[in-house]
Ligand binder design. Structure first.
Ligand SMILES: NC(=O)c1ccc[n+]([C@@H]2O[C@H](COP(=O)([O-])OP(=O)(O)OC[C@H]3O[C@@H](n4cnc5c(N)ncnc54)[C@H](O)[C@@H]3O)[C@@H](O)[C@H]2O)c1
Length: 298
């Protein structure tokens, strides 16, 4: 497994496109898979813009940029992508049923012993693994947004993951220039035990009228020195994703993760954050890395 060269990334949303870009920059051939062509071309377009910005800033040559982009193929056909993959990284929405179904399908297509990694933010890796044949090749590989920039990646073996899968995954993470952070397979792992609690409390502050959104965010950037405030961060992550994670943690770990009523209200209204153009704040464009904040919606 140490010599893998082809990676299949399933899901071309916020995370999948960043993971595909990072893998291609690190020399891997990448299949980026999604359900429809429009999402795929939006994803590939966003990767092209990111690579162009790197070229403009002199971080990579135009020759290297061309090579990186050539390594990425966007497809809707899961069979074509997974059949030759040496590593699969799943980045579809945070839903156990959806992920389990997908892992069952992927397992039938892939060669035996290919590592199947999930980018889940909180769900049980063991439960996802049980959808596959031998579950020892399934592992959590939790990237953070924006993927090419954030230095750490959580590596989460379940009780069913083999040592070989863990060591190959750790080597892969180092090969793509990231620092692996090992966590046990327990709801939320490390970072998502901490971050959703902060974000949820920020929504509660806003809901209770303690302070306006901008003030809550500024309180965290100016006093805690967080680079982004928790409400702006929720808009970046996607309010639907934040809510899914909180609902899962609430069920598994109890009352302290009960989702804020305001967060639930916004998700019901389709205010998912930057990806939908409106969340806590409004945005000019729904293309995530180009959108500029316009006003406060809440
Ligand atoms: N958004 C974040 O900041 C963040 C950070 C870390 C981890 N995650 C996790 O990463 C995963 C993906 O999150 P996201 O924010 O990229 O979601 P997203 O909604 O932006 O993208 C998910 C994509 O998966 C596609 N999809 C759905 N079913 C599919 C299938 N069967 N086959 C192929 N594609 C399919 C959808 O069309 C969509 O484009 C989730 O588990 C999430 O919890 C998200």
């Amino acid at each position: 497994m140490e010599n893998f060269s082809e990676v299949a990334v399933i899901g071309a949303g916020i995370m999948g496109r960043g993971i595909a870009q990072l893998c291609a920059q690190s020399g891997f051939s990448v299949y980026l898979v999604d359900l429809d062509d429009e999402i795929l071309s939006q994803g590939i377009g966003e990767i092209q813009s990111a690579i162009q910005r790197m070229t403009d800033k002199g971080k990579i040559s135009s020759e290297e940029a061309g090579k990186v982009l050539k390594r990425i193929k966007g497809v809707t056909d899961l069979d074509a992508a997974a059949a030759d993959a040496d590593l699969v990284i799943e980045a579809v929405p945070e839903n156990m049923e959806l992920k389990s179904r997908l892992f069952r399908d992927i397992d039938k297509i892939c060669r035996p012993n290919v590592i199947l990694a999930t980018n889940t933010s909180s769900l049980s890796i063991a439960q996802i693994a049980r959808a596959t044949g031998p579950p020892d090749k399934v592992i959590g590989l939790h990237f953070f947004y924006p993927v090419p920039v954030i230095e750490g990646v959580e590596v989460i073996p379940s009780l069913l993951t083999s040592e070989e899968t863990v060591s190959s995954t750790m080597n892969f993470v180092k090969t793509i220039g990231k620092e692996p952070l090992i966590s046990r397979d327990f709801p939320g792992f490390i970072v998502n035990r901490l971050l959703p609690a902060l974000i949820n409390e920020a929504f509660n502050l806003l809901w209770q009228g303690i302070a306006p959104a901008e003030e809550i965010d500024k309180a965290c950037t100016l006093t805690l020195r967080h680079p982004v405030g928790p409400l702006a961060m929720a808009d970046l992550i996607g309010l639907d994703t934040v809510l899914s994670v909180l609902e899962y943690l609430h069920g598994e770990l109890g009352e302290k993760y009960r989702p804020s009523p305001l967060l639930k209200q916004l998700v019901k209204a389709g205010h998912y954050g930057r990806k939908s153009g409106k969340g806590v704040y409004g945005y000019e464009s729904t293309i995530r890395n180009k959108s500029a904040k316009t006003d406060t919606v809440v």
